[in-house]
Design a protein around this ligand. Structure first.
Ligand code: SF4
Length: 113
């Protein structure tokens, strides 16, 4: 299955589990919900023109403890060269997603990596 960035935002923005991915991203510890919404809008808008390399890559939705160190290094390399990195980082640092790997770091209850 290939996910769009919007699907990934939804998937990574909430705890993993079965069910439709139609809910908006869950914001955990969001510093500013309005700023987080704006950052998400900017990221999803940019992703319409540029498909990031994380699209469809299940490593980016896996929990941190499920990610081997070699994958972590590879994922950081992908994010470092991603044209959406700054927008992704702004979203992640503003919204503090409940799960997933964003702009080179894990978010969620397991902490950043
Ligand atoms: S910075 Fe990384 S996680 Fe964010 S869109 Fe780009 S590849 Fe995906």
């Amino acid at each position: 299955m290939t996910w769009s960035i919007t699907d990934q935002v939804r998937r990574r923005g909430r705890p993993r589990g079965p069910g439709p991915e139609l809910t908006p991203p869950r914001i955990s510890n969001a510093r500013s919900p309005n700023r987080a919404d704006e950052a998400l809008d900017a990221l999803t808008h940019a992703a319409r023109d540029t498909t990031p390399a994380c699209t469809g890559d299940a490593r980016f939705t896996a929990e941190r403890h499920e990610t081997p160190p070699t994958d972590l290094i590879a994922m950081r390399g992908i994010c470092r060269t991603c044209p959406l990195h700054d927008l992704c980082n702004t979203y992640a640092t503003t919204a503090r997603p409940a799960a997933g790997f964003w702009a080179g770091a894990h978010y969620g209850k397991e902490g950043s990596s």
